[in-house]
Design a protein around this ligand. Structure first.
Ligand code: ATP
Ligand code: MG
Length: 444
């Protein structure tokens, strides 16, 4: 099998300190300590990966990774605050209070005949645990922008794959043959979109071309890993751009199959509008350093699927409350086969959906009960979002905003005249008041 770790691919370009923008001021003092200590110990030591890339484009890195020729045992001998982790590939974590500097020995991604590397028949990487040279370490990384090494010995940036120029040109480019690299690890498809969205980069045309027809490989990725990747895609402040990228490159149907189908079938485009509005909101919250929750995020991402399932069940004549419960369960169970949403998030997600049907119910007893529901606040925020996308819920929003201050005043100001209509009891389907009825609420 051909390998992309052909060293013919690599040619070192060293960018001296006066020709790049990385300053030690931008690097965490703990990462600097680790780099210097390794060097004093007689080892090579580099800052590598996302941190170098982010510093070059002027972003503050989230975390700092170090690559070295020292073995895990040699690293451990240098640092008292060091734990070795990982079975397949051993990494060192050097712990400074809440900050962890990850230190990895250069590793290769080649079949050296030792049996330490196994590849799945489809080309998927199952194990990769052979040590290698810095060149090997560079070419096993995913994108050229992620394969730059900042050397502590002379403050230069070492580039083996052309990443420095790609960062200047703001392009994400896979190292090696794109199709091969996506087959090895399909999550790289999501990383391409996510990192392009985060950095404002484009995806190199050759790296972008295989995405739509390889998208279905995502179903082979571990659902737990896809869940983590979803959180990074949508809760890191670039959710809208990430979503548009997923859509553009045909990845959405693989990641969120039922929501993608529901949006495609929704001719008015209201479902997609609401989702985008919600993602913009999420980005604004992240920018303002307000909390964002995975439960709310998935309530949003899967709302199109929920609405569609609900309508289908109601069309079959299933009673409203029962249809809501079944739609919520069905959507959750189906989504779990791709993205493993833990129960501690899927349960509140479902509550957010089911509470939507309580908002038209204005009898005092019900109002008080809804207000005291532990998920009320999230569900109300969700209602506000639905309103911002369709403005059919303006009256409900006004009522519940007031009710949070003074329920009796709100009830007096908005008498529950239309409630008889929702006479199917607790949890009845969301219904419009007759006066203002425009269209079926489920798809708003
Ligand atoms: P960020 O932390 O901003 O999400 P990152 O590039 O730092 O982005 P990490 O997941 O922290 O992403 O990975 C660190 C580095 O490890 C990457 O920069 C890349 O060099 C390498 N890497 C990560 N995931 C893969 C992968 N799936 N295939 C190959 N290399 C990878
Ligand atoms: Mg990182």
């Amino acid at each position: 099998m051909p390998t992309q770790n052909d060293t013919a691919l690599t040619r070192l370009r060293s960018i001296p300190r006066d020709q790049h923008s990385i300053s030690r001021k931008g690097i965490s003092p703990n990462a600097l300590r680790v780099l210097y200590r390794l060097r004093e110990g007689g080892h090579e030591a580099y800052l590598v990966g996302g941190a170098v890339r982010d510093l070059l484009v002027g972003l503050q890195p989230k975390d700092f990774d170090v690559a070295t020729d020292a073995t895990p045992e040699q690293i451990k001998a240098l640092f008292r605050n060091c734990r070795l982790i990982g079975r397949r590939f051993r990494l060192a974590h050097v712990v400074f209070g809440r900050e962890i500097i990850e230190v990895a020995t250069f590793r290769a991604n080649i079949d050296d005949g030792s049996g330490d590397r196994e590849t799945h028949a489809g080309g998927r990487l199952l194990r990769d645990n052979v040590y290698g040279t810095i060149e090997d370490d560079a070419v096993r990384r995913d994108f050229t922008a992620n394969a730059l090494y900042y050397a502590i010995e002379d403050f230069s940036v070492r580039d083996y794959t052309g990443g420095f120029e790609d960062v200047q040109n703001r392009v994400m480019k896979l190292i090696g043959d794109p199709e091969l690299r996506y087959r090895e690890d399909p999550v790289r498809m999501l990383r391409a979109v996510r990192l392009a969205a985060k950095l404002g980069f484009s995806i190199d045309p050759e790296s972008a071309a295989p995405l739509p027809h390889l998208a279905s490989l995502l179903s082979e990725a571990a659902p737990a890993r896809l869940f983590e990747e979803c959180l990074k895609l949508f809760l890191s402040g670039n959710a809208e751009a990430s979503f548009l990228g997923l859509e553009q490159h045909g990845l959405l149907p693989a990641l969120l199959p039922e929501s993608a189908a529901a949006m495609a079938a929704n001719r008015s485009g209201a479902l997609r509008r609401m989702l985008l509005e919600g993602l913009r909101n999420t980005d604004a919250r992240v920018a303002a350093e307000e909390p964002v929750s995975p439960a709310f995020l998935f309530a949003l991402l899967l709302w199109p699927a929920y609405c569609r399932a609900l309508m289908a069940l109601q069309a079959e004549g299933v009673h409203a409350a029962e249809a809501q419960r079944r739609a919520a369960d069905r959507v959750t169970v189906h989504q779990l086969t791709t993205v493993a949403l833990p129960r501690r998030f899927s349960l509140p997600m479902q509550e957010i959906w089911l509470l939507q049907s309580r908002f038209p119910l204005r009898q005092r007893k019900r109002v008080v009960r809804t207000l005291s529901h532990p998920r009320f606040r999230a569900a109300f925020d969700f209602l506000v979002l639905r309103q911002s996308a369709s403005d059919d819920h303006a009256e409900d929003v006004a009522f519940w905003r007031e009710a949070q201050q003074d329920p009796d005043h709100a009830i007096a100001a908005h008498p529950p005249e239309a409630e008889v209509e929702a006479g199917e009891g607790e949890g009845a389907a969301p219904r419009k008041r007759r006066r203002r009825r425009r269209r079926s609420t489920a798809t708003e």
